[in-house]
Design a protein around this ligand. Structure first.
Ligand code: PBG
Length: 326
C-alpha cells in the first residue's frame, strides 16, 4: 500500500507558484516607521545602538519627511526628546512640544503620511518613569491619567491621526477617549499598547529617547514576560475602554501572544518589532553572521503570520526599498 496522503506537488518549487500560494503577505502599506525628534537646532544625531537611526531636530526634519514620502511609507510613530524635563512632564503636553511641532511639519509637508503620536511621559519626566510619582517615589497611576489625557489632546490639536498610549497605566484608554471626545476629536482612533511587556529588548530605545528610569524599573506597570493570559485581560480591558487598534510589544519574543490575541478579538492588531530586536539583527549582520535582507523579511513576515495587520519596525525604510517603489 502506498502512503495514502498525497504530497504537495511543486508547491515548494518555483517563485511564481510559491508566491501565488503564500499564506502571508506583508506589504509596505502595513509598515510604521518610528522616529525620534529632538529639541535643538541643526541636529542629526546618530543613535549608536541603532545603526542607521538618528535623532532629528525639527529644522532638519523636512528632508527626512521627504525621504519617507518618496519611499511611499504610510505611517510614522513619533517620539520626542524635549530640551528640559520635569516632574510634570510638561514637554509632553506642551502645545508647542516636540511631537506636536513634528506632527505639524509632517501634516504640512506630506499630509498623506499618517502621524501616530506616542503618548507617554517617560521621555519628558526628570526621573524617567512613565507617570507622576507619589511622595514615596512610586508611580501614581490615577494622577498620571490627567497628564496623559492632556498630552493626547495636544497631539490631536496638532494634527495627529492616531493616538498611541504606551504608558500602561490602568484606565488610560478611557481617560484619553473621554478627553478626546470632550475636545471635539471623537473621530480620532486610539492605538493602545494593550500588552506591553517589561522587556529587556527596549534597551536601545532608552538610549535613543533618553528615557531610562533614574531608579527602579517599569515592572510595576508593564507586564511580566511569563504571562500570556494576562495579555488577554489587558486587551479586553482596553477594548472596553475604547481602544480601536490593539498593539503588542515586543514582537518576535511574543508571537504566541499575538496569535492568541488575534484569535480572541476582531479589532486590527499591530505588533512592534522593538529597538532590541532591531539592534540584535543589525549586530549580527555587522559581524557577517546573518543575511540582513532575508533575516529582516523573515522576522516581519513572522509577525504578520502570527496575526498582526500593522507592523511597527525600524526596518520600515529598508523594507520599502527592498519591496520596490510601487
Ligand atoms: C515608552 C516607550 C518605550 C518603547 C516605546 N514606548 C520604552 C519603554 O517602555 O521603556 C520601546 C520601543 C522600543 O524599544 O523600540 N514608554
Amino acid at each position: 500500500m502506498p502512503f495514502p496522503v498525497q504530497r504537495p506537488r511543486r508547491l515548494r518549487r518555483g517563485e511564481v507558484l510559491r508566491s501565488m500560494v503564500a499564506e502571508t503577505r506583508l506589504t509596505k502599506e502595513q509598515l510604521v516607521l518610528p522616529l525620534f525628534i529632538t529639541a535643538g537646532r541643526d541636529l542629526q544625531q546618530p543613535i549608536s545602538s541603532m545603526p542607521g537611526h538618528d535623532r532629528w531636530s525639527l529644522d532638519r526634519l523636512p528632508a527626512e519627511i521627504d525621504a519617507i514620502a518618496q519611499l511611499g511609507l504610510p505611517a510614522v510613530l513619533l517620539f520626542g526628546l524635549p530640551a528640559t524635563k520635569d516632574t510634570e512632564a510638561s514637554g509632553a503636553w506642551d502645545e508647542h512640544g516636540i511631537v506636536q511641532e513634528a506632527t505639524r511639519l509632517f501634516k504640512a509637508r506630506a499630509p498623506q503620511i499618517l502621524v501616530i503620536a506616542d503618548t507617554c511621559l517617560c521621555e519628558y519626566t526628570s526621573h524617567g518613569h512613565c507617570g507622576r510619582l507619589t511622595a514615596a517615589g512610586e508611580v501614581d497611576n490615577d494622577a498620571t491619567l490627567e497628564l496623559l489625557a492632556k498630552t493626547a489632546v495636544s497631539q490631536a490639536a496638532a494634527g495627529a491621526d492616531i493616538i498611541a498610549p504606551s504608558d500602561m497605566m490602568d484606565g488610560r484608554v478611557a481617560a484619553i477617549r473621554g478627553a478626546l471626545d470632550g475636545a471635539g476629536f471623537s473621530q480620532l482612533p486610539i492605538m493602545s499598547y494593550a500588552a506591553k511587556y517589561a522587556s529587556a529588548f527596549y534597551g536601545p530605545f532608552r538610549e535613543a529617547a533618553d528615557s531610562a528610569p533614574a531608579f527602579g524599573d517599569r515592572r510595576g506597570y508593564q507586564m511580566d514576560p511569563a504571562n500570556r493570559r494576562e495579555a488577554l485581560r489587558e486587551v479586553r480591558l482596553d477594548i472596553e475602554e475604547g481602544a480601536d487598534i490593539i498593539l503588542i510589544k515586543p514582537g518576535m519574543p511574543y508571537l504566541d501572544v499575538i496569535r492568541e490575541v488575534r484569535d480572541a478579538i476582531d479589532l486590527p492588531l499591530a505588533a512592534y518589532q522593538v529597538s532590541g530586536e532591531f539592534a540584535m539583527i543589525k549586530a549580527a549582520v555587522a559581524n557577517g553572521w546573518l543575511d540582513e535582507r532575508r533575516t529582516v523579511i523573515e522576522s516581519v513576515t513572522a509577525l504578520a503570520r502570527a496575526g498582526s495587520d500593522i507592523v511597527i519596525t525600524y526596518f520600515a525604510k529598508d523594507l520599502a526599498r527592498w519591496w520596490g517603489w510601487g
